[in-house]
Each structure stands twice: as C-alpha cells, then as structure tokens.
Write a protein that binds this ligand. Structure first.
Ligand code: NDP
Ligand code: MG
Length: 384
C-alpha cells in the first residue's frame, strides 16, 4: 500500500487526485488531507478513506469540523506545525502540494522532509520560493515532480536527456477568451467575459491570468526555475487547440512534442503512478485535432504582460514575489469591479519602485511573506 497525503485536497487539483486514488483505493492509504473552508467535501473524503489526520486552516471551519467529528478517532489540526506529530519523522511515498496562492509555500517547505516524492502544483511556491524548495529537496533527498501540464510535459520529455542538450523549449498557451477580440474592445472587457475560458475549466484567479497571459508569464518563470534554464531558451507559442503542452528542440536537431487532452487528470495521474504499468483510459485520439495544430507567436499588443519577461532577473530573486503579489492584488481588484481589465497590465508595468528586489535572493520564507503583504498594500492603495 502506498502512503500518500494531499495538501489542498478540496481544490480542483486536490479533488482530481482524490478521484484518481478513489478508483484504486485498495492500493493507497491517505495519511493526511488538508483544506481551508470546504468542510463538506473534506468530510466525504475523510469518510471514504478513513483518514486519521487532517489540517483545516480556516479557524471557523476548524472549530466546526472539530464539533462534527468529536466522537471520531481523528486528529484535527489547525496549522502545519503538526506535521512532525503526524509523520513521526518517517517518510511517506507521495505528497501532492496543491494549496492555492502563496499560502501554499510554507506547507510545501515544511512537508518536503516527510515524503519520498513531492508533486507540486502550487505555482506561487515554485515561482517565489524555488531556491528554498530546491535546497530542501536536496537536503532531504526528496524527488520533485511538476504538476502544471506544460512543466509535467517537459519533465516527462526530458527524462533521459540532459538539460544541456536543449536548444529551446516552447510552452503553449491557448490564448484565452480574447484571442480574436478586436484590440479596440479591450478597454470594455467585463468580468464575465474574462472568466470564460475556451478550453480549461479553472478557478477565477487563474482564469483571469489566462485571459491576460500572466499565467504563461508565471509558467515561463516556473520552467526557468525548475529546469535551470535561461530565459532566452524558453518561448511561448499560441496554440488554441491546447492539445500540445510543450515542445522541446534539442541541439541534435530532434524535436519532442508532448500533447494530451485538456485535462489535468493526465499529468496528475502520471505523477502518482510514476514507473508503474498502470493504464489511464482517455478519449480516443482525435485525428482532426492533430491535423489542425495551429502554433503562432504571441502578439504583444494583445498580451502586453508578456513584455514583463524581458525585465526579469536571470537569477531567482525576490522580484518574482513582487510580480506574483502585485498581480494577485490586481486580479482581486478587477474581480471586485474596482479596476478595468487593461489596468492590470498598466499597473504591472509600473513596478519599477520595487526594482531593488531584483538583486536580492530569497533566503527564507519570512522575507517572501513580508514582501507579499507590503506589495499588496501598495497595490490596494490604487483603488481607493
Ligand atoms: P483551488 O482554488 O481549486 O483549490 C485550492 C485548495 O487550497 C483548496 O483545497 C483550498 O481549500 C485550499 N486553500 C485555499 N486557501 C488556503 C489557505 N490559506 N490555507 C490552506 N489551504 C488553502 O485551486 P487549484 O486546485 O485550481 O490550484 C491549486 C494550485 O495549483 C494553484 O497554485 C494553481 O495555480 C496550481 N495549478 C492549478 C491548475 C488547475 O488547472 N487548476 C493547473 C496548474 C497549476 P478549501 O477549498 O477547503 O477552501
Ligand atoms: Mg499550465
């Protein structure tokens, strides 16, 4: 039996993993599940797998769930300081880190030592805290697998290859809901339009990031960090069919193209069943789709945030936290109807006041959390 844990088990990634494990329940023991507010879903998950340890971070929800489960033999914690008690300094087989936002960084760092394999979906952690994550992965000899579809594809395609043999990596982007919208209409984009992603069903924040293309900017940073590449080796291609996730061009002239249906179940499944013969049933391959794989370069006028990549430091710095935090706050303001869609880029292009952070390497999580709060406050001030 494989021992596993899911951080953010009630979310879109966490639930997708839970459903995969549920179909093969005899092979897995879930040691820990964590959630924030969705106690209904968490209760169902606990019951199905008879889970003995849970962490519920939202205080109100924590007390609620404590009352509901008061007669059960289940350890319920409110924060991640309890990990030592839960794992008793032993490594389990696999952990999925799928809490959303920068709040997922600390739990990710804290849990690395308790698992043989960690699959990390949390983008913010990989963008802002990679240097710290990488240090811990090495220290505790934990294997890391990326979950984001593009990064999983690259990781999979690279398996037996050296990163030095790469000439270029292309990440694909669907182009989001505004791929064909007339540029003159961008100033009138409303929340509903921006949330309507043509290919992926996702949460609100990430849907807006897809509409602006900020999601892909983050993914380029993520790829640079994970695979230790320089920015000039990574490009974005618009690919509306969203079938291809990554293209790797090698120095020997060969190209590897990794594609799969637009379902996160595929990368998630493969992080879990690594090196096994387990089969995943997917829809049959659509030849029409393969005959129509459009790949185009990015129009900067349509997706101006992509220009931000030209000003990023090659070495992992605290400036990435500035970008993540500022964008997070701007998306929040847009979703609350306080700023326009186009204001997101306008404000992101004015972050020069934070340039000094480009020279500072993140050393610990407190620096990242403090800076995140500071940037958010500065950005929030623009809406009042
Ligand atoms: P969701 O918003 O669907 O789920 C987030 C999960 O984290 C939920 O379990 C939620 O709990 C929990 N959570 C939220 N806030 C906190 C907090 N402050 N403390 C502890 N737990 C918290 O997110 P997704 O599953 O979509 O994404 C998770 C991560 O994976 C994100 O970083 C995202 O960028 C990344 N990712 C997602 C992809 C996707 O297709 N969805 C693709 C690639 C990467 P609760 O529900 O109980 O409130
Ligand atoms: Mg992605």
């Amino acid at each position: 039996m494989k021992k596993i844990a899911i951080l953010g088990s009630t979310g879109s990634i966490g639930s997708a993993l839970f459903d995969i494990v549920k179909k093969d329940s005899k092979k897995f023991k879930i040691e820990l599940l964590t959630a924030n507010k969705n106690y209904r879903k968490l209760l169902k998950q606990i019951k199905f797998f008879n889970v003995k340890n849970i962490i519920v971070t939202d205080l109100k929800t924590f007390y609620k769930i404590k009352t509901i489960l008061k007669d059960k033999d289940i350890n319920i914690y409110n924060d991640f300081n309890s990990l030592k008690k839960i794992f008793k300094n032993k490594k389990i087989d696999y952990i999925m880190s799928a809490i959303s936002g920068l709040d997922g960084l600390k739990p990710t760092l804290d849990i690395i030592k308790f698992t043989k394999i960690i699959a990390i979906a949390n983008k913010e952690a990989l963008i802002c805290g990679w240097t710290i994550i990488n240090k811990l992965l090495k220290k505790f000899k934990t294997q890391f697998i990326p979950v984001d579809s593009e990064h999983f594809s690259i990781w999979y395609a690279l398996k037996n290859d050296n990163i030095k043999n790469i000439e270029k990596i292309f990440l694909t982007a669907s182009g989001g809901p505004f791929l064909r919208l007339s540029l003159s209409k961008f100033k009138d984009i409303n929340i509903k339009q921006a949330l309507k992603h043509p290919k992926w069903k996702m949460g609100k924040k990430i849907s807006i990031d897809s509409a602006t293309m900020m999601n892909k900017v983050f993914e380029v940073i993520e790829a640079k960090n994970i695979f230790n590449l320089s920015y000039d080796k990574i490009s974005i291609l618009i690919h509306p069919e969203s079938y291809v996730h990554a293209i790797l061009k090698f120095n020997n002239g060969l190209i590897k193209i990794i594609g799969h249906e637009t379902s996160m179940k595929i990368p998630i499944f493969n992080t879990l069943y690594l090196n096994t013969q387990k089969t995943l049933k997917t829809n049959t391959l659509d030849i029409n789709k393969l005959n129509n794989l459009n790949l185009n370069s990015v129009e900067y006028n349509r997706y101006p945030v992509v220009k931000l990549l030209h000003n990023l430091p090659e070495v992992c710095s605290l400036y990435e936290t500035v970008l993540v935090s500022a964008n997070d706050e701007l998306v929040r303001l847009f979703l609350e109807g306080k700023i326009k869609f186009t204001d997101i880029f306008t404000q992101l292009s004015k972050l020069n006041i934070f340039n000094k952070y480009k020279k500072i390497k993140p050393k610990n999580i407190n620096e990242i959390i403090k800076l995140n709060k500071y940037v958010r406050l500065k950005i929030a001030a623009i809406s009042v």
